[in-house]
Design a protein around this ligand. Structure first.
Ligand SMILES: Cc1ncc(COP(=O)(O)O)c(C=O)c1O
Length: 401
């Protein structure tokens, strides 16, 4: 949703012509959009520190590196996520250890427990589709085994768990501000942390290792190697206007979710995703389960035939989000050579049993919550889904009998 607020912030930057977030102190005439956005993020989400990045993927990579995760370390991540999870882990030389999700659509704590080895360094829950992982259970495992916890909250901006914002509970957390997120910069991301050292490292890592302590960029020291994961002032300017509007967006999402859930509850035999803290759902999606895989597949086909498929996601068949279709990962196809330990771990994935995830994901449909719907439109859309789903359930039940 765009308004004059975004245009004003972008125009501020265009007027000075300083599109870079660092340096050029004179000509920028006091306009520091990236810094302002970092401050706004800290105060809105209750995080001590925030480091903006060029994307959510860059934020995950930066957070892992700043937490000291590197060559050969194992990072436990879920089988249902976005490809960025394993991309970030691999890019710091670590080994992604994929484990099952449960009916929260996030890491199953019991599967995590079974996957911990002496090489495990970090657990990386992904708060998928607006809602959260079972954080208490995961924090317990981290405490017991002295592990780091990195929260990928890229899809759950504004969600909370027991009063704390997702992304601020673990040792570090990340948001993505790409074009399809609750608030966007066009492209961008952020590392959130309450640990000053993790923040200082993130700050330098995202800018070629610059310590940002010199009188100018040429005088900065480089305490360690870094990369360019900087956000631009133009992107940050858009985000600055958007973060101020987050409460407005969340209120609309929550109201639309409530109406849709009430409507879809009329479908006999379906159930909804388990949400560990229902108050904290950011409500970007309403995720629900058909009684069986056959019924879910039949429903998706029927929705397509009725022209209702848009906005109803069947992740089980999706190439981006679920282990089943990540052939490039399972075959370890990489342009640059991966380390032997990484390659061996990836090749083992082909034969790993993900049947517990399959049982959940093969029945799951996530219905997108739009900010632009009004109540009548939601009820109309919801009622059409109810009609189609009820017919599918009747038909498939008969076939099964
Ligand atoms: C769960 C999750 N993590 C990370 C990312 C990566 O964010 P970006 O697209 O900003 O790199 C995404 C993007 O969709 C995501 O959904």
């Amino acid at each position: 949703m765009w308004s004059d607020a975004e245009r004003k912030e972008v125009n501020d930057v265009l007027e000075t012509g300083i599109l870079m977030r660092y340096g050029f102190d004179g000509p920028r005439k006091g306009k520091w959009k990236a810094k302002e956005l970092e401050e706004a993020i800290c105060s809105h989400f209750g995080s001590s520190f925030a480091q903006l990045t060029s994307s959510g993927t860059a934020a995950l990579t930066t957070a892992l590196a700043s937490l000291g995760v590197g060559a050969g370390d194992e990072v436990i991540m879920p089988s249902f996520t976005f490809v960025a999870s394993f991309e970030a882990i691999l890019s710091v030389g670590a080994v992604p250890v994929l484990v099952d999700v449960d009916d929260t659509l996030t890491l199953s704590p019991s599967a995590v427990r079974m996957a911990v080895t002496e090489r495990t360094k970090c657990i990386m829950p992904v708060h998928m589709c607006g809602s959260m992982a079972d954080m208490d259970a995961l924090l317990d495992i981290c405490k017991e085994h002295h592990l780091l916890l990195l929260e990928d909250a890229c899809q759950s901006i504004g969600g909370t768990y027991k009063g704390k914002h997702l992304g601020t509970i673990g040792d570090a957390g990340t948001f993505s501000f790409d074009f399809v997120k609750t608030i966007t910069c066009g492209e961008g991301g952020v590392v959130l942390t309450n640990d000053k050292e993790v923040y200082t490292k993130s700050d330098a890592y995202t800018d070629h290792g610059h310590d940002h302590l010199g009188a100018d960029r040429g005088a900065d020291l480089h305490p360690f190697l870094g990369y360019n994961f900087r956000i631009s002032e133009l992107h940050a300017a858009v985000g600055l206007a958007q973060v101020r509007r987050l409460p407005e967006f969340l209120a609309i999402q929550k109201q639309n979710y409530r109406v849709l859930k009430e409507t879809l509850s009329k479908i006999p035999g379906i159930s909804f995703r388990r949400v560990p803290d229902i108050e904290g759902d950011s409500c970007t999606f309403l995720s629900w389960f058909m009684p069986s895989e056959e019924m879910a597949k039949a429903l998706i086909e029927a929705l397509k035939e009725e022209g209702l498929a848009a906005g109803n996601f069947y992740w089980y068949n999706n190439n981006w989000h679920y282990i089943r279709k990540w052939d490039h990962l399972k075959r370890s196809v990489s342009l640059n050579r991966l380390s032997q330990i990484q390659e061996d771990a990836l090749l083992r994935l082909e034969h790993q049993d993900f049947s517990a995830s399959d049982v959940v994901m093969s029945r799951c449909i996530s219905t997108l919550i739009s900010l632009t719907w009004n109540e009548a439109q939601i009820r109309e859309k919801g009622n059409k889904i109810v009609e189609v789903a009820s017919k599918v359930l009747q038909r498939t039940n008969k076939v099964l009998v």
